[in-house]
Design a protein. Structure first.
Lengths: 434, 515
């Protein structure tokens, strides 16, 4: 007798070890592909769409095989339509046999590429390799898990204090209707009728009928209670862990005329990377976008990156705005504060003292981490290569680096700089020092 | 096929399957298989799995137990990628040539699909595995699961002892030679797990007394006193000792590599044994699928005749069946070679037709079987005694050549044009048939490569020879990569020369120095 065997509950992921081996094997290619995805692609996609393509070099499994493009072959094919014996046919173009997948690489010879999906975790693991969140002061987050009660529907058992009256009554009503429980009104009219008839002192057949009916109804009323234990519903609560690690990330950017589109683009990528990094470390990351010219305003993401403004440049206005938002919405004990600022370094000279004061006294002490990147083009980099030559803002901020471990500043010129800068900013050494 | 029979109640209705229904349908199928087809099968073990598990089963080349290697992970991530993106479906079943014969069927299948899969795999393929002479000769269905278990454990142990990377490197090299790992001429000895273990023990025992005089001697001293003639005699002796030329490359390195340790030789042997296990499957794709399709088609039709499945189920089956056995034309977008299901099924049906309703043409071409009225017996005989090549050569009928509109193209890369050599007409039938048969030979799939020479006196270099047929050269880039892996196994320089099989002219040489 044959038996079908149900294997559906057997452990899945039998091929996980092989998958891991493959990823280890392809580590270098994957690392490179991830880097390219980060630098070249849309940053918002990172971690959501794990599709990557890697060259199959090094992943090739070579074997002795024919080079079918040469030599003599006899092929038998189905579906002849117009050919007769002896016909000469023009050779179909190369690669026309539908194999595809080849793409020319730079050195001229074709190279196979290999496409597959990384899971989000795998992707980010590669992406954040060797990185570590600096200065995690609020590690209490990790240790104590707080629970929060959250409503989770209704249940039939519970403590009386959680009874949901509305729902209980609704069930009761439905049951009473369906079970045809006589209402008080109906009984009362019946009683009145009986009283009326009795008052007249007649013992008619009708009175007897009414008495019988009343008895029947009263019996039914006793039989079908007003509220049955079946009707009762209690509110249910489940305990869910409170997001114990939450962070807010401030993005500050100078949007005055001197910031070109390409500079903004650089800044954007930096913000996105920082955000992505935080979102792997914290369960919840909120974003606050503050842009400024000579005055600052909190805006949504779209406006932040894409609308143009004119005006001068007063950095302290943005810092003040950030201070305000912090005070209003993100009490220090509950939130980990991260900030990233991007600017071309311009600032009114008169703003210097104010900036220094707000940064030193309020912003930096509140922040887990504050990163300032100065975006510039190639020529500017030439000018500012010299240590002596620096922008106004750089000069101000440079005074702060000594006092605050969590403050970092870098210059960025082209998209390719971003990844190294990022890695630099969060490198393990930094964290270790902090 | 239709026989008068009383109509019964359908065994199931609707798409949902259950284990009770499966049991009923299995019994009904088994009855038809036994009484009407007279199949002889290994005991069946049918396992229901999820699509996730099916994906898992894909990697590890369909074996239920397989050692770990990154290349299986590679095929896994790719299968998974295509599956998740909806670019490719999953197989409805996987069947393993073992006893008991294990078939995996998927949870997602409808009841009709399950019935079809049972008929196809658990009876069709199963019968083929048990009866075809190649499988009988080359595989040991009783022992394979045990052996895979042993292989997995052994390789795990090696990884623990010698490190994952050392094992991986060795497997990489061995896998490169998987296709050159079969003794084409001698039948293998059956291998079971106990025997494998016993052999390892014996080998270790033997090792103590063994002394490899070829490699241990100090050649320098001898070279001084030997003259050329003695040297060449000695070389000949070595050729004889090594059994050169040797086409089974993996076997050669397992036995004669001067640098491998015992565990490495054992791993080569494992890879070789598994390659050999798959050797018959490569040569019988058309027949194997043809047999399975014929069986499922016959059985499903009989179930319907008996009233055991509904008309709805029958329609669903026909829809699926037609898609499986469809053959796109060569100029069709979906063209990807001749579909073994299509060709196999058509040939089986055709043989049955020739036996029962022959035309005059059939009587001329197949005097032995035309009108013999014993189609099933003729088919079973074919399933047992042929392989794709000989099967096509023997049984492809002019009628089918016309139906498929087969034509033969001669492609000589030296000429600017392709030439149509034969089409489906009376002049062309035989040519088309033999050309098609030839494309299913082992040599069409595997290159003719042997270990030709071992330079024992000097640098211990090994020389491989590729016999070039029809001017089709070896892919040089790949060859060098494979040779690099051979150098890992051999420890010394490796060279390869390509010799034209007809003229003896050397067409190309490749050299790789030892790592």
């Amino acid at each position: 007798m044959m038996h079908f065997i149900d294997r559906r509950l057997n452990p899945k992921g039998k091929s996980l070890p092989n998958r891991q081996r493959f990823i280890r094997r392809a580590q270098n290619q994957i690392r490179k592909a991830v880097k390219e995805a980060v630098n070249g692609g849309k940053v918002t996609d990172i971690g959501h769409n794990g599709r990557i393509t890697i060259p199959s070099k090094g992943l090739n499994e070579p074997r002795f095989k024919y080079d079918y493009s040469k030599g003599k072959h006899d092929r038998v094919l189905p579906g002849n339509k117009e050919f007769s014996t002896g016909d000469q046919i023009k050779r179909p173009p190369k690669g026309g046999e539908g194999q595809g997948g080849k793409k020319a690489s730079e050195d001229g010879d074709g190279e196979d590429s290999f496409q597959f999906s990384l899971s989000r975790e795998e992707f980010l693991d590669v992406f954040f390799e060797d990185l570590e969140l600096p200065d995690l002061v609020k590690t209490s987050l990790k240790e104590e898990v707080e629970f929060e009660n959250q409503r989770a529907g209704y249940v039939r058992v519970g403590s009386p204090s959680n009874m949901d009256l509305k729902r209980t009554m609704r069930h009761s009503l439905a049951r009473r209707i369906s079970m045809k429980r006589p209402g008080s009104e109906e009984l009362n009219t019946l009683r009145e009728e009986i009283l009326d008839l009795e008052a007249r002192g007649r013992k008619t057949k009708k009175l007897k009928e009414l008495h019988e009916r009343l008895e029947q109804l009263e019996h039914r009323r006793r039989f079908v209670p007003y509220i049955d234990p079946l009707d009762v519903r209690y509110k249910s609560f489940t305990k869910i862990p409170k997001p114990n690690t939450r962070a807010v990330m401030f993005c500050l950017m100078d949007v005055s005329g001197s910031m070109s589109e390409s500079m903004k683009d650089l800044a954007k990528r930096f913000f996105m990377l920082l955000h992505l990094f935080l979102s792997t470390q914290y369960e919840r990351v909120e974003l606050v976008f503050i842009r400024h010219t000579h005055m600052a305003k909190e805006v949504d993401e779209e406006t932040f990156f894409y609308s143009r403004e004119t005006g001068g440049t007063i950095v302290s206005s943005a810092l003040e705005e950030m201070e305000k938002v912090l005070k209003d919405r993100y009490p220090l004990g509950d939130w980990n504060v991260y900030a990233a600022q991007a600017s071309d370094g311009d600032n009114f000279a008169s703003d210097r003292e104010k900036c220094l004061a707000i940064m030193g006294d309020v912003i930096l002490p509140a922040c887990q981490y504050f990163a300032y990147i100065e975006v510039m083009d190639e020529q500017e980099l030439e000018i500012f290569k010299d240590e002596q030559n620096m922008t106004d803002l750089w000069r101000i901020y440079a005074q702060l680096t000594a006092g605050f471990e969590q403050f970092a500043m870098r210059r960025v010129v082209k998209p390719n700089d971003i990844f190294p800068v990022f890695q630099d900013l969060f490198s393990k050494e930094n964290a270790g020092d902090g | 096929m239709a026989k008068a029979q009383k109509i019964q109640e359908p065994l199931y209705e609707g798409a949902e399957w259950s284990f009770e229904k499966l049991d009923c349908v299995y019994d009904a199928i088994e009855e038809i298989a036994n009484t009407e087809l007279g199949l002889s099968v290994y005991p069946n073990q049918i396992e229901v799995i999820t699509s996730e598990q099916m994906l898992d089963a894909y990697s590890g080349i369909g074996m239920p137990l397989m050692y770990n290697h990154w290349s299986f992970g590679k095929s896994f991530v790719q299968d998974e990628f295509y599956y998740r993106k909806g670019m490719r479906g999953l197989a409805y079943e996987i069947v393993i040539n073992s006893s008991p014969c294990i078939s995996y069927i998927m949870e997602e299948n409808t009841m009709t699909m399950q019935a079809l899969v049972v008929a196809h795999a658990a009876f069709g393929h199963n019968h083929f595995f048990k009866n075809n002479h190649l499988f009988k000769q080359w595989t040991d269905a009783e022992a394979i699961l045990d052996y895979m278990h042993f292989a997995r454990e052994y390789i795990n142990k090696c990884e623990e002892r010698h490190g994952v990377e050392a094992v991986e490197e060795l497997l990489d090299a061995a896998h490169a030679l998987r296709e050159n790992a079969v003794d084409h001429y001698s039948r293998p000895v059956p291998m079971s797990r106990e025997m494998a273990q016993q052999r390892i023990d014996d080998r270790e025992e033997h090792k103590r007394g063994d002394y490899r005089d070829i490699w241990r001697t100090l050649p320098l001293k001898e070279v001084e006193i030997e003259d050329e003639e003695v040297k060449s005699q000695r070389q000949e002796a070595i050729m004889a000792k090594f059994g050169l030329p040797e086409a089974n490359l993996l076997y050669f390195f397992e036995k004669h590599s001067p640098i491998l340790e015992d565990w490495q030789r054992e791993i080569l042997r494992i890879v070789r044994n598994i390659a050999q296990y798959f050797y018959p499957q490569k040569q019988t794709k058309v027949m194997n699928e043809g047999c399975a399709c014929f069986c499922h088609y016959f059985i499903m039709n009989r179930l319907f005749d008996k009233g055991l499945i509904t008309e709805g189920a029958m329609l669903e089956f026909i829809d699926y069946h037609t898609r499986v056995v469809a053959q796109p034309d060569f100029d069709d977008q979906r063209w990807s070679g001749i579909n073994p299901y299509a060709l196999g099924f058509a040939m089986m049906q055709d043989i049955y037709r020739i036996c029962h309703e022959p035309t005059d043409e059939d009587k001329l071409w197949f005097p032995d079987i035309a009108g013999s009225n014993n189609g099933i017996e003729v088919l079973k005989d074919a399933w047992a005694n042929y392989r794709d090549e000989s099967f096509i050569l023997q049984f492809l009928s002019p009628k089918l050549i016309r139906e498929f509109r087969l034509f033969q193209i001669h492609d000589n890369s030296a000429l600017p044009h392709l030439k149509v050599d034969a089409i489906h007409d009376s002049r062309g039938y035989k040519k088309v048939r033999s050309a098609l048969a030839k494309s299913y030979t082992v040599s069409a799939m595997t290159l003719d490569i042997q270990v030709a020479d071992v330079e024992f006196e000097g640098d211990r270099a090994i020389t491989l020879r590729h016999m070039v047929h029809d001017d089709v050269p070896i892919d040089g880039k790949e060859a060098e990569q494979v040779m690099r892996r051979i150098a890992q196994l051999w420890g010394y320089d490796v060279s390869l020369y390509c010799e034209d099989a007809l003229t003896g002219k050397i067409l190309a040489t490749y050299d790789v120095t030892a790592p």
